[in-house]
Design a protein around this ligand. Structure first.
Ligand code: HEC
Length: 219
């Protein structure tokens, strides 16, 4: 005997006629069906959550609002950026070069980072003499700061800006300019490395030697 029910014989699920709505669209009659509990509880849950969240985050200020936190962090980062890049100019650097505390800090930086190429007495070797009035790029403190910050990569002078930061670069420059006086006459002249093993000693005409400069250091 075949037990498979004939589809035509399967009774339709009983429809509560009371629940049928009069609205018909596209031949489908609307049926008023209760929403499942999981759906309703999710909806009620979100309503309760939103009230609680709004009260805690925005009204009572019990927890810090993530938006405010981000703004705070942006402000802190900006403040730090301003601190790391204080406005500097020639006048400020000349003033720093007369401040013994700044010059002492600058000397420490110079002795550690720069003396290997410029010599501890600044008289020049791989890098130019920073004590005389002859400059490769110019005798203004801001010119030196630019060279120190950006380096002269082709000649072997590293870019110190990213390594030291602007404050230390300024202090090193202040130390260099403690050997100089504002308004002194300067000369722009290329530097020929001296005293470096493996490089020929430069021929220095006696007439161009700076007075009192050790032999071979005048450029
Ligand atoms: C690896 C070697 C080396 C080191 C280390 C070095 N320098 Fe230099 N420096 C050079 C060379 C090379 C030049 C550029 C020479 C040129 O352009 O002919 C130069 C140029 C300069 C100039 C420009 C001088 C001018 O006459 O215009 C300044 C200022 C200077 N250095 C300062 C510094 C300071 C400050 C430090 C340390 C933070 C430093 N240097 C570390 C090699 C060095």
């Amino acid at each position: 005997m075949n037990t498979t029910p004939d589809p035509d014989q399967i009774p339709e699920a009983p429809i509560d006629v009371e629940d049928l709505r009069p609205h018909v669209y596209d031949g489908i009659q609307e049926y008023d069906k209760r929403l499942p509990n999981w759906w309703l509880f999710t909806l009620y849950g979100t309503i309760v959550f939103v009230v609680g969240y709004w009260a805690i985050m925005h009204t009572m200020g019990l927890a810090s609002d993530p938006g405010a936190k981000v703004t705070e962090q942006i402000m802190a980062a900006r403040a730090a950026a301003v601190k790391n890049s204080p406005e500097i100019n020639d006048a400020k650097l000349w003033a720093m070069s007369k401040d013994p505390a700044v010059v002492a800090t600058g000397k420490q930086i110079f002795d550690t980072m720069c003396a290997s190429c410029h010599r501890p007495d600044l008289m020049g070797m791989i890098g130019p003499n920073l004590r005389d009035q002859q400059w490769v790029f110019g005798g203004a403190p801001m010119v030196a700061v630019k060279t120190i910050t950006e380096g002269v990569l082709l000649k072997g002078m590293p870019a110190w800006g990213p390594i030291l930061g602007q404050e230390k670069v300024s202090q090193a420059a202040a130390y260099i300019f403690s050997f100089h006086t504002e308004g002194e006459a300067v000369e722009i002249k290329p530097w020929v490395p001296v005293g470096v093993p493996g490089l020929p000693a430069p021929a220095v005409p006696a007439s161009t030697a700076a007075p009192g400069a050790p032999p071979g250091t005048a450029q």
